[in-house]
Every structure is written in structure tokens, then in C-alpha cells.
Design a protein around this ligand. Structure first.
Ligand SMILES: [Zn+2]
Length: 241
């Protein structure tokens, strides 16, 4: 008993001494063609990894979305993680249990049949509830939220099924993103920047301009903050096998 307590105290002491540091992850939702055409070359230039959450029924069939070969190139490059964003992009909170299961399972099965092993899931529209998360736990090893506070994740207190992110909208400026990165660095938090479609010219809705991404990538590199995929962060912190 005393021995166990002593070991626990030593563990707590050592873990409180371990230097905490900030982390940033970059994610892209839906699987737009622009991820391959615009975001991939920019992140390559700065040697940064990312996670893309794809809608499997769009891949290789919908105009403006990546095809399976492009997804394979992102993944083979070694730095990109491929996750699921459902099969048809419904609001999961409006579906029956069996329909939610279908969305999650179908997407996972298709990704596996194409040679990808997705561990992460991001709910479409950032819409989920307890019933959705219970089902996500059956098919995936983590869930990334969107559009909900507290935006930042505390490094020593992470729930793999309640991972927060900051959505980058069409009117989110580089200065605002830089402010969020600086806050994560100062507070030693884990920040996930969640982009969608990366376009040239004036962005609309869930789009961002290529220059916003380029400036963000350059700042991440210059600031020397640790940039990591979501699954690699979880592995590093013992939250994913
Ligand atoms: Zn989406």
C-alpha cells in the first residue's frame, strides 16, 4: 500500500516537472479539391502536417472534391492523417440511431477498403450530442468538435471524444489566427485550427484565402511551436494506441 502510494507520488512529482509546451494541429473538413491543389503545397513548403476529415460519398464523385488518388498522395506523403467526416454529411443529431451507425460505419468501411485506417471522426456542422458520441466511440478512437467553446485544449486534461477546435471562417484574418496561436503558446495549450476550402481570391462561407493559410503556415514555422496531427498528439500523450 505504502509502496503504491510512493510510486504514485513520484509519478505525480515527475509529471509536474515535465516541461509543458504548446501544440498546434491543422485540420481540413469535407475533402475539397483545393486541399490537394492549394493547401498541400503550402504545408509542404513549411514542412507541416495536417489532418483531413473526409465525406466518403463525395470523394471521387462530387465535383470540387478530391479523388481517392489525391487522398492517397496526401497520406503517402507521411505527414497527413485521414479521418472521417461521415458518409453523406448529415446533421447527425437529427438521425435515428441506426442511421447514425450507418453514416459512421459506411465511411469507416470505405476508407479501410481504400487502404486508410481512420482513427478520428469530426461530426458534420459540428453537430453532436451524447447519443452521437456514444456511437462514435464504437467506430473511432477520437472525436473532434467544431464551433464550441472553450476552443483550446488543456494538455494534461484531454477527453479524446471531446477535442476542441477553432473554426476558420471566410472573414477570419491572419492576425486573428496569429493571436490564437500566440495565446496557445503563452498558455501552453493545444490549439486545433479547422479550415475547409482554400481558395484564391475572395473567400465565401467556409472558405479561406490561400494567403491566410500561407501566412499561418509561415508563422507556425517561424514561431517554432510544435505542429502535429491530431492522432500523433493523442499517441504522444498516451490517449491513442
Ligand atoms: Zn463539413
Amino acid at each position: 500500500m505504502m509502496r503504491k502510494l510512493l510510486i504514485l507520488l513520484i509519478f505525480l512529482f515527475l509529471s509536474s516537472c515535465a516541461p509543458k509546451q504548446a501544440y498546434v494541429s491543422i485540420s481540413f473538413d469535407d475533402g475539397w479539391s483545393s486541399i490537394y491543389e492549394n493547401a498541400f503545397p503550402i504545408l509542404n513548403k513549411y514542412d507541416l502536417p495536417a489532418t483531413v476529415f473526409v465525406v466518403t460519398s463525395y470523394i471521387g464523385s462530387e465535383k470540387n472534391f478530391m479523388d481517392w488518388n489525391e487522398l492517397l498522395i496526401l497520406s503517402r506523403h507521411g505527414k497527413w492523417e485521414i479521418g472521417s467526416h461521415s458518409h453523406t454529411h448529415p446533421d447527425l443529431t437529427t438521425l435515428k440511431k441506426e442511421e447514425i451507425k450507418y453514416e459512421l460505419n459506411q465511411s469507416k468501411e470505405i476508407l479501410i477498403s481504400k487502404g486508410f485506417y481512420p482513427t478520428g471522426f469530426a461530426s458534420p456542422y459540428g453537430q453532436f450530442n451524447e447519443a452521437v458520441i456514444d456511437i462514435v466511440r464504437k467506430y473511432y478512437l477520437y472525436h473532434r468538435n467544431a464551433g464550441r467553446p472553450p476552443w483550446y485544449n488543456s494538455i494534461d486534461n484531454i477527453d479524446a471524444f471531446n477535442i476542441h477546435s477553432v473554426t476558420i471562417y471566410y472573414d477570419t484574418s491572419y492576425e486573428e489566427i496569429k493571436f490564437k496561436i500566440d495565446k496557445a503558446i503563452a498558455e501552453k495549450k493545444w490549439l486545433i485550427l479547422n479550415f475547409h476550402d482554400i481558395v484564391e481570391g475572395k473567400p465565401k462561407h467556409y472558405q479561406s484565402n490561400v494567403e491566410v493559410l500561407e501566412n499561418t503556415a509561415k508563422y507556425l514555422k517561424d514561431s517554432k511551436v510544435k505542429v502535429i496531427t491530431i492522432s500523433d498528439f493523442l499517441k504522444k500523450h498516451g490517449l491513442l494506441e
